[in-house]
Design a protein around this ligand. Structure first.
Ligand code: KG4
Ligand code: ZN
Length: 335
């Protein structure tokens, strides 16, 4: 089955063609980061307008790249939520209009299910069951995955998501949006030991996360440096290093706990923060000690993309699930 996948939940227009027999045939992405950067974050109205501009040319592009015609498409999949409603509506209405015109089924999928299944597009996909750590700009969740569609939430953040904490901390330190990759780059030049930051909720049992206290502790440390007239590049790098180390250690401890609790060995990490090299290394060395394995997508499929949506939706269409022609999107939607 050949499906067209469309992702427009935030500031990336992603389109892909996935075939259940031949795998991923083409994917294309337009990132609006430059558009939003001057505002220090995503401006919803600008995001919706830009998706409208990009979506049809990107669909043409993937059809050309895959040497397919619109008659070859057997189903259309789009992100139905969670995300920015205006942005979601662009992808959903485009998907439903094309599905009506081409007389094929359409299905809306959960954005985080897309992230969760993205490692399935890699050469060595994870085997079920596994524990998944979903770490993006809007979510930090530990989920037990028994098979596609069978997800049990084990724990989540009670305040900021990990990606959100990266973005907000970066902003306060005068770094560019999005902050995750900026902090990661800066942290490489940082030295450990100079700043000691809390590792939130690791000293008590459970699988919940909290990142807002860590963000405030980092701000306090940064303000002290500024008051002392010490805002040099090395200080910034040392603080970025300490912040990243606190997040990575916290996530690693909770992943280890979740695997132990569930009696599982396989861990999947997905979402934008799973592109973080320090996190990957830390989880890999934890799992080597425990005889397990960590799986993740290639960097461009860790952040938002159309390929993960095409894959997730293709599984749903193959299972006979599709919807009518109504357009449903949801800003909030539990997995
Ligand atoms: O999954 P994603 O593209 O969008 C959402 O669904 O939210 O994740 C975006 C988040 C942003 O907060 C961004 O700062 C973070 O992922 N991110 C990273 C890295 N690359 C992206 N955080 C830490 N290290 C990275 N290398
Ligand atoms: Zn995402």
């Amino acid at each position: 089955m050949l499906v067209l996948g469309i992702e427009t939940s935030c500031d990336e227009t992603g389109v892909a063609l996935y075939d259940s027999e031949r795998g991923l045939l083409a994917d294309a992405l337009f990132s609006q980061i430059d558009l939003h950067r001057v505002y220090g974050g995503v401006v919803p109205e600008l995001a919706s307008r830009d998706h409208i501009k990009r979506i049809l040319p990107l669909i043409e592009q993937v059809l050309n790249e895959a040497h397919c015609s619109k008659q070859d498409i057997q189903g259309i999949v789009y992100t139905a939520g969670p995300g920015l409603v205006g942005a979601l509506l662009v992808g959903a209405s485009c998907a439903q209009a094309l599905a009506f015109a081409w007389d094929v089924p359409a299905v809306g999928v959960h954005h985080m299910e897309g992230h969760l299944l993205a490692p399935m597009l890699e050469e060595t996909p994870p085997q079920f069951p596994f524990v998944a750590l979903l770490v993006s700009g809007g979510h930090t969740q530990l989920v037990r995955v028994d098979e596609i569609g069978q997800y049990r939430l084990l724990g989540e953040s009670i305040d900021d998501a990990a990606g959100e904490a990266f973005d907000k901390t970066a902003k306060m330190m005068g770094l560019r949006y999005p902050g995750g990759p900026e902090i990661a780059r800066l942290a490489e030049k940082g030295v450990s030991g100079r700043f000691v930051l809390p590792k939130p909720m690791t000293d008590r049992p459970g699988l919940e996360f909290s990142f807002s206290g860590l963000k405030t502790a980092t701000l306090t440390a940064w303000q002290k440096c500024l008051a002392a007239g010490d805002d040099c590049e090395q200080t910034r790098a040392d603080l970025a290093h300490a912040f990243q180390a606190a997040v990575v250690t916290t996530l690693t401890i909770k992943c280890q706990r979740a695997l132990q609790q569930e009696g599982l060995k396989n861990l999947v990490i997905a979402g934008g923060v799973s592109a973080n090299q320090a996190l990957r290394k830390s989880l890999e060395s934890m799992l080597v000690k425990h005889g397990g394995q960590v799986f993740y997508a290639r960097p461009e499929f860790c952040t938002d993309n159309g390929a993960m949506i095409a894959y997730a939706g293709c599984q749903r269409l193959l299972a006979g699930q599709h919807e009518g022609r109504a357009i449903h999107v949801r800003a909030r939607w539990p997995l």
